[in-house]
Design a protein around this ligand. Structure first.
Ligand code: DGY
Length: 322
């Protein structure tokens, strides 16, 4: 029997490309450039499975009844770049990769917190420019994280992992907002207080870290009113999705000193990053690196492969999205 035809829209770690190539008729995007919506639309007519990433966009208009594709094996946990309702209505199965990137993404949230609080980006830029004039008591004075309050917005897997690192490693107090009650077993050993609203968390936090999914109802959840609550010494960390923050309101809050700074790994409309942000010293900017370790990127690929294997063997997929 012919092997199912699958398309990977970007290059994946070699080990996973090799695994998939053994079991499937795989097409690789060998030059690793982003695919256009038209190319992905055409692929839906040609392939049994399409495996997109966060850098692809799959709006409702791409899904029609002439599709050959039956499964979208998303390489990543976030699926806000796929119109899930339209995909399902068109009979597609959509899978994602939850869990395997939790540790790495939480590590990166802490990286951003530390870089921002300790002005590490500013210091590195100064040194590379050749402007460092030597040690002095008042040079690049930052803020201690120990003893400060971390406010988590979205206490899912990554929010909890971030809270554990901040509390266990840095002695931070943790407050959080989560729409639904969090399973007490998942919070075991963590001292964390659930507050009633996101605004309550922003008001209580020295550092607010966002861990809610992007898209739909979560768009612009954090805007001018929330920055007012976070206050002039408050710092915002975003490793979730750019669109959960009102980016213009963030720039305005940073320019006005309404908040002290921001550590960002994600942007609304990435890879474009507002020029205003790139000019600010009190902002740490990373290029969507949350899951970027070899171990995690391989694990993500193997999860996609497990989902495809189950689907094409007629079994239930282990990780249905949404
Ligand atoms: C995810 O898995 O959602 C990461 O942001 C990369 O897509």
């Amino acid at each position: 029997m012919a092997q199912p035809k699958i398309l990977l829209t970007r290059r994946w770690p070699q080990a996973v490309e090799d695994r998939l190539s053994r079991d499937y008729d795989v097409t690789l995007n060998t030059d690793d450039t982003p695919m256009t919506a038209e190319q992905i639309g055409a692929a839906l007519g040609d392939y049994d499975a399409v495996c997109p990433t966060v850098s692809d966009s799959l709006p409702a208009a791409l899904f029609d009844s002439k599709m050959r594709t039956r499964i979208l094996g998303n390489y990543g946990v976030g699926v806000n770049h796929i119109d899930l309702d339209a995909a399902r209505a068109a009979g597609l199965t959509v899978t994602n990769t939850p869990g395997c990137l939790t540790d790495c993404t939480a590590d990166l949230a802490l990286t951003l917190m530390l870089m921002l609080a300790r002005r590490a980006g500013e210091g590195e830029r100064e040194l590379r420019r050749g402007d460092w004039s030597g040690w002095r008591p008042t040079h690049l004075i930052g803020t201690k994280l120990s003893g400060k309050t971390l406010g988590i917005v979205g206490m899912g897997r990554i929010g909890i992992a971030t809270a554990r690192r901040a509390q266990g490693g840095f002695g931070m107090k943790v407050v959080y907002y989560n729409r639904s009650e969090v399973d007490p077993a998942a919070l075991k050993g963590l001292e964390a207080e659930r507050l009633d609203t996101i605004d309550d968390v922003m008001a209580a936090a020295d550092v607010a870290s966002l861990h809610i999914p992007g898209g739909g109802a979560n768009a612009k959840t954090i805007g001018a009113a929330q920055f007012e609550k976070l206050g002039a010494s408050g710092m915002l960390i975003n490793t979730a999705r750019g669109d959960v923050v009102d980016q213009n309101a963030l720039i305005a809050a940073l320019e006005a000193g309404t908040i002290a700074g921001a550590g960002l790994d994600v942007y609304d409309g990435e890879p474009s990053v507002p020029e205003a942000l790139t000019r600010m010293e009190n902002v740490v900017l990373l290029p969507h690196l949350g899951s970027a370790t070899l171990e995690t990127r391989e694990a993500m690929g193997h999860m996609v492969a497990d989902n495809l294997d189950a689907f094409f063997a007629g079994r239930e997929v282990p990780n249905p999205a949404g």
